[in-house]
Structures are given as structure tokens and as C-alpha cells.
Design a protein around this ligand. Sequence first.
Ligand SMILES: [Mg+2]
Length: 467
Amino acid sequence: MALSPLPSMPRSHRVAGALIGAAVGDALGAPFEFGPPGQFSARFPVAARGVQTEMCGGGALHWAPGEFTDDTQMALLLATSLLERGGLDEADVFARFQRWARAEPPDIGSQTRAVLGSDRPWDVAAAEHFARHGHAAGNGSLMRTTPAAIRFARAGTAATMGAARRQSALTHGDPSAGEGCAVFHELVRVALDGGDPLVALPATLALVAREHRARWATVLAPDWTPDRATESNGAVWPTLGTAVWALRHGRDVAEVLRLVIDQGGDTDTVAAVAGGLAGAVHGIAGIPMRWTSVVHGRVPGWSDRVWWLADLHHLAAALDGSTAPPYEAPETRRLAPREVADGVWAADLDGARHSPADFAVVSLCRTGTRFEHDVQRFAYLTDDDANSELDAVLSDVLDDIEALRADGRRVLVHCFAGQSRTGLVLRAWFRRSSGLSAAEATDAVGRRWPYLSLWNESFTHALERVH
Ligand SMILES: [Mg+2]
């Protein structure tokens, strides 16, 4: 089965989707790590869109809801080194990893810990560990490599596969792990270019070192399933094999992540790898906002900085070459919240920022700093014609509003000026909740919310498709 990637989706959506998809998979899978199969679907038989979502936290290591683990912590160390050093400086990455490992992160792979704690130089530590112990094809170098896959994608196939092998070799002396990273990098490169990574698989396998090719071909074959794995999914082969299998069979990012977490075992890592791939294919707007809005964490041994969605978004763009500074929101008119439909309110950015704390906020624009509200969801909706995923975002937003209302919460929808994006969601909500036609819904909102703007025709067309 081939995917049908949206050729019109902007590259920036895919780049953000890859980095944030990996972090989301990590945080979503963390509470289920080392558990038996089927736990995720047993606990969440249907989508959980109300105040409590599938980002439930807990597990053996007591994660906070939405908190990412070592997979993303190491990815952030790698990402910031790539940016600050202008490329892959292995000695620098290794030093950052060592400092992190010395800070005793709650979660760290056994092989990674042994190599980083060996006090040997970066260029021999992993190789010596492999020579002494063998068995070094864990998934610990694959789980963190998405930032490098983004950074080197524009440099082409050979460069990105080479960088993958080098970053893997820092902690994983077994070249099998490096070949897995190389395959992953190339599949991400193809996806970021708008191609179908499943179609690219045979050509990618031909570039795997010959002595490793057959084993990789087995787990990446169209008929391979995770129950055919010959190792636990802490090993690199079934990790990438399971991610590709889920990409093949899941219709969207949510389904891909459900499929892999339901395999049990090393759920955070397999979901991080699958989330990176699926995010590159389906884009940031294809990841449910109830997950992207809460993913967060800090990196032990580095600083007290807490990374949230906007930070990851900015980092992803920088890895793809953007030099734009972090976004700071200008002041707005501060339109006070007004109830437009039953329990659904509207405001502009500053009106929402200073609104009562019991509102569940749906932000349709960037906000700079986060609000104080316990529920704040960020939908990826730009006010232009580049919304290739508009229908998916709109249905994600409407479904969440419905669930939050069912939980008894007042919902406050806002964008920057409270006009176009806010107006679209309010109109769509009237269609959904009251069965109004597009024209009737527009009329109803216009009477209750005088700031409604109808300039964006792609929004009006999308409104007509809501049912
Ligand atoms: Mg982990």
C-alpha cells in the first residue's frame, strides 16, 4: 500500500511534523513503556479529546502528562549542537551527551550509559564497547536522530545517510544501528520533499551496506509484521520495522502511534521513531492538537529551560535553515470574551490571554508565551491559502470543542485579531452543532460577533465541506 502524501503541503509543515511528531510519540508512549501489548487501546478505546487525553503520564518512571523522555532529551542535545556548531561536530555532541548522562536522567539506555560513562574519547568509546560486549544494535541512536535527518535532508541522500551513521556511531558501535539510522534519514528526506517513503524503500535498501542489507530488507518488507520480530523491540531492526509497518497501515498520525504503542515493550522509542516518520509525511497539522499542545520537557544537565510546542516548532524551522528569531506576539486590541454559541466564546489574542482561568482555550494563532489556563490547545491554522490540511485541522478543533463542552467546560476560541480564523471555527461550530447551512452559520456568527471577517475564500470553501 502506498501513501498519498499531499504534494501541496508546505515543507515547513513536514519539518515541524517530523520533529514534533517524534516528541509526541515519545511522550505518548512513555507511560506504557515495558508493558504488555494492547494497553493503549484497552485504556483509550476511542479518542480522548476532553480535559483528560491520552497524554496521561505515569508509568514506571512517573512521567508528567505530555512529558518527553530520554529520546527527545538526546534529540534536543543533538539538535542544538547541529545548530550551534553549523553541522555535525561529533566531539561536541558526545560532550553534550556525557554532561547529560552525568546529570542522571530518569531514563537512559544501558548501552548509551555504558559508553558515555566509560571516560574514553568520543571516537573510540562506542567501538571499544562493541568490541568487548558485542550486542550493540539497540535502538538508542535511532530514537534521537530526527533532528539530524531534518538538518541533512537538503544535502541529499549520500550526505544524510553518512551523517546518520556518524551520529549513531557515537554511542552504538554496531554498524547495524548506523544502517538503521541511515535508512530512517533517507525516508525522512524523501517525505520532507513531498515524496512517499514507502515507494522509496527498495532504492534506500540498495544503499545499505551489503553485509547488513538482507536483515534490513526482512523487517522493511511489505508483508513483515511486528510479531515476526526475532528480537525485542529494544533492538534497532524491529524498532524501525514496526515504525514502517505502522506508517503503511495507519491512516493518520494518531493511528500510526496507536498501532506502535499497542505493541508494548519499548513503546516510547518505537513511537518516537514512528512519530518522526509519520509527522514528516502527514505534517504538523496532521498531529492531533490535544497532543502537540501538551508535549514538553527539560533536558537534565543542561538548564532549567522547559521546552514546549513553540520552542520545538522554532527549532525545527532552524534545522531546516530558517534564521527567523523566536516569535514574540505583538499587542492586540484585547477584545473581551463574548459568548457566541452556547458555551463557546470568542476573543482576540490578548482578550484570551487575560480571560478567566476556567476557560478551555483553543488558540488558532501563535501566542508567544503560553497562557496560565490549565487547558490551552494550539491548532495549526494559518490565515492564507497554504492550508493544505484545513479540513483535518477544522475537524480536530470541532471534535475537541465538543468533548470539552461535554466535560462541562466553557470554550474560548481566539486568533490574533479574532476575525478570520476565529470566525471560521465559530461558523463551523454552528454548522456542526445546529445543522445550519454555511450561509446561515455565517449570518448567525455575524450577528453575535461583529469582528467576523470573511476575506479568506479558502475558509468559506472549507466551511461548506463541514457537516
Ligand atoms: Mg525513553
